[in-house]
Design a protein around this ligand. Structure first.
Ligand code: BG6
Length: 475
């Protein structure tokens, strides 16, 4: 998809993104099992979500109903089509297909739901882009096997992939194996279902789980290409662009060390082998990754076709430990950047960093990129006439798209598409809130679960429709 005309390429995949567990609801409908997302309670910017041991009566679990996309998807896809979406990124809830995760045969009712959903997209010419595991896995796999600590998960995951690849081989071309795979090193429960035991070495546990996910991903890539050679199967990285606080080489060094820990994940998935810097890091820190004979070959044979990533914010790192870390809610840590504004949740807004991010990733890997998450979580106000004038969201996206365009047309970055996060309002992953909204489409529901679930178009809806309609010429 090379570009020479100062424009986004024809066929650029404009769209939007959601995740099944944050929008579908219907948590126990159609034979669905309990997932790890179903045991996450509501939280807030200053209140951590709780991950309970099973479902506890009386607790509020936002994913149980979410925005009830399960029952509203026809109406919702029609709205996305009205905006001119060329693609729609969603995920499959593993527990609709394998309710406990270790069954040998899939649940037909779950498979049928996604058949209908993908057919509905294709009816409007919207290409489904599917994340296979987006921050959830069957809860039962924790109880019985210890989740991704256990290598057995590789087989369960591959079995799940076989079921969905086979079923949707003529409906879905674009896949991603794990959402934000690098988050396992920060928060082991969300992507890998792991709760640490007292005294455990967090890094040992997390990197071992990551190894299992690498093997599962590589096997899935190989299997997917056997089932349909036209499949494009990518990895997905949370891209945490970091700047040194000063030009002191010590600050640059800590940035490099931090970035290497994130690049580790894409190094393995894109290049097909472990980078030396992290092998040495493991040695120095007594981290022993258990590998089986043949693993290196599996990784080499399961390199991804493209690199997908999320980009929301950037951070500033200092070599001095006692700096002001008051960018509340900037979940990646770091210190305040005096040149940037932050969202109400403390995420520092950096459109120019987006161009830098695109260049860094493309220069490093030389594979097509896909920006599958970007956007502003904000509180929206519904006016008396029902309108929602989300100019702040338009401003955020406009500036990011302008920088993305420079990366594509000036710098020559090979970018497949752009799917802003939460194109319809949904449950926040970090806080479980509804009021942290990203959508072009408003959903009438509050943090406590009250509301009619009625959908309405925000001002950004009409703005983004024009962006897509002009292929990014008018932003
Ligand atoms: C990404 C996740 O980290 O950020 C999404 O892939 C998540 O699942 C998104 O929703 C935005 O984060 P939050 O916490 O505002 O929902």
């Amino acid at each position: 998809m090379q570009n020479r005309n100062n424009q986004f390429p024809e066929g650029f995949l404009w769209g939007g993104a959601v995740a099944a567990n944050q929008c579908e609801g219907a948590w126990n409908v159609g034979g669905k099992g309990v997932s790890t997302a179903d045991v996450a309670t509501g939280g807030a910017v200053d209140k951590q979500r709780e991950y309970t041991d099973g479902i506890i009566e009386g607790k509020y679990y936002p994913s149980h109903e979410a925005i009830d996309f399960y029952h509203h998807y026809k109406e919702d896809i029609a709205l996305l089509a009205e905006m001119g979406f060329r693609c729609f990124r969603t995920s499959i809830n593993w527990t609709r297909i394998f309710p406990n995760g270790d069954e040998t045969e899939p649940n037909e009712e779950g498979l049928k739901f996604y058949d209908d959903l993908f057919d509905e997209c294709l009816k409007y010419g919207i290409e489904p882009v599917v994340t296979i595991s987006h921050y959830e896995l069957p809860y039962e796999l924790i109880e019985k096997y210890g989740a991704w600590r256990n290598r057995k998960l590789v087989d369960f995951y591959v079995n799940y992939c076989r079921a969905i690849f086979t079923r949707y081989k003529d409906k879905v071309k674009y896949w991603m194996t794990f959402n934000e795979i690098n988050v396992v090193a920060l928060h082991p429960f969300i992507p890998a279902g792991i709760k640490l035991k007292d005294g455990e070495n967090k890094e040992q546990v997390c990197y071992q789980a990551a190894h299992h996910q690498f093997i599962a991903s590589a096997k899935a890539v190989k299997l997917g290409h056997e089932i349909n050679p036209d499949f494009k199967i990518g990895c997905m990285l949370l891209y945490p662009l970091a700047y040194p606080e000063t030009c002191n080489p010590k600050d640059v060094q800590v940035v490099n060390e931090m970035m290497n820990k994130h690049y580790f994940f894409t190094d393995v998935q894109v290049r097909g082998y472990y980078p030396n810097n992290m092998k040495r890091y493991f040695e120095r820190n007594n981290i022993n990754i258990e590998m089986e004979a043949g693993d290196e070959e599996i990784l080499r044979n399961g390199k991804v076709d493209y690199l997908a990533f999320s980009y929301y914010m950037t951070l500033v790192i200092s070599s001095k430990p006692t700096k002001d870390t008051s960018t509340a809610g900037n979940m990646l840590g770091g210190i305040k950047n005096p040149y940037l504004e932050a969202s109400d949740w403390g995420w520092q807004i950096d459109p120019e960093g987006f161009r830098i991010a695109l260049n860094n990733l493309y220069d490093r890997y030389q594979v097509p990129l896909f920006c599958v998450e970007n956007g502003l979580g904000a509180v929206d106000k519904v006016e008396e006439d029902g309108s929602i004038n989300d100019n702040y969201r338009i401003d955020y996206l406009r500036k990011h798209i302008a920088e993305m365009k420079k990366a594509v047309t000036i710098d020559g970055v090979d970018l497949m598409g752009y799917t802003p996060w939460g194109c319809i309002d949904l449950i926040s992953a970090s806080t479980g809130e509804m009021k942290k909204r990203y959508g072009f489409i408003y959903v009438d529901k509050d943090n406590d679960g009250n509301g009619t679930l009625e959908r309405s178009r925000k001002k950004s809806f009409y703005w983004y429709k024009n962006v897509i309609g002009t292929n990014g010429e008018e932003v």
